[in-house]
Design a protein around this ligand. Sequence first.
Ligand code: 13P
Ligand code: SF4
Length: 368
Amino acid sequence: MSILDVIKQSNDMMPECYKGMSRKDMETRVAAIKKKFGSRLFIPGHHYQKDEVIQFADQTGDSLQLAQIAEKNKEADYIVFCGVHFMAETADMLTGEQQTVILPDMRAGCSMADMADMQQTNRAWEKLQHTFGDTIIPLTYVNSTAEIKAFVGKHGGATVTSSNAKKVLEWAFTQKKRILFLPDQHLGRNTAYDLGIALEDMAVWDPMKDELVTESDHKNVKVILWKGHCSVHEKFTPKNIHDVRERDPDIQIIVHPECSHEVVTLSDDSGSTKYIIDTINKAPAGSKWAIGTEMNLVQRIIQEHPDKQIESLNPDMCPCLTMNRIDLPHLLWSLEQIEKGEPSGVIKVPKAIQQNALLALNRMLAIT
Ligand code: 13P
Ligand code: SF4
């Protein structure tokens, strides 16, 4: 189910009155509810969340860490997920039946996850099987719907995150000759290239045209990249890199692998949000960095490292709009709904989908 379908079905909208409350009042109320519920309430927060929300996170992490955290937590009755819809779905699938996962704003989707739907995927699979026979294993970035994960699980594949993509691709090549990588062409291309696969041995599946775009003979194709992308990370360009380097040849550039292949290869380093944070933490005082990832995270890193010179790789960058849907009013509202015994924004993946999606998620967790 795409995020648009979810919103259409959902009556989970925050009442207007929360928008008029003062920040101090909201913070006091959130803190009080957290105290009251103790370990029965757990708030995971993705690194791209706003400061006003992240201050209340019990744990923060990248997508892989958040999945692992959800899997381990057995004691929380309510998991209020500060991140986007696919992350809350993943948490729901990895937590127990008695645990309730809540997304404070159902509109917090991910444009990339919506770039692969089931109709498109079924059509692609049929055509690709016809062209390549039974030589393909599907992998999906966790930034995908539970249905896509279920499709991948059913066909012997696994999910991947930006921090374990290399390991999962290596595993996938022990299973089949070719990989279909959904839905982010850039993470797929960057990871396959790191593994030594030539760009001409990668084809692109265009789900709008139901067409395989390839530079080489079909028989040489090793990776089929779904033509999807992140609308935030596509805003980092080779020109940004040239401009930064021209201004300061000593600056180091680190980007997320959702950036294009050109941007990743022109940069000094790339990795998941956790990798970027760890790299800057380890960097010496006085070092200079330009970071190519979401703006809430870049701003936080800048604030936490006054001893280093840090900037966004693209000076005109905006935060991820869907991540930003989760704000303090929505967090407070969802906690007050729990307190009233009427939780809103409950994420429940249907059993039939969950079963196969868990195959894909558990394969990834076992490989990682
Ligand atoms: P990671 O935090 O796993 O690097 O993922 C980034 C992202 O785009 C999440 O939507
Ligand atoms: Fe999706 Fe990109 Fe936002 Fe991550 S940053 S949630 S991939 S739109």
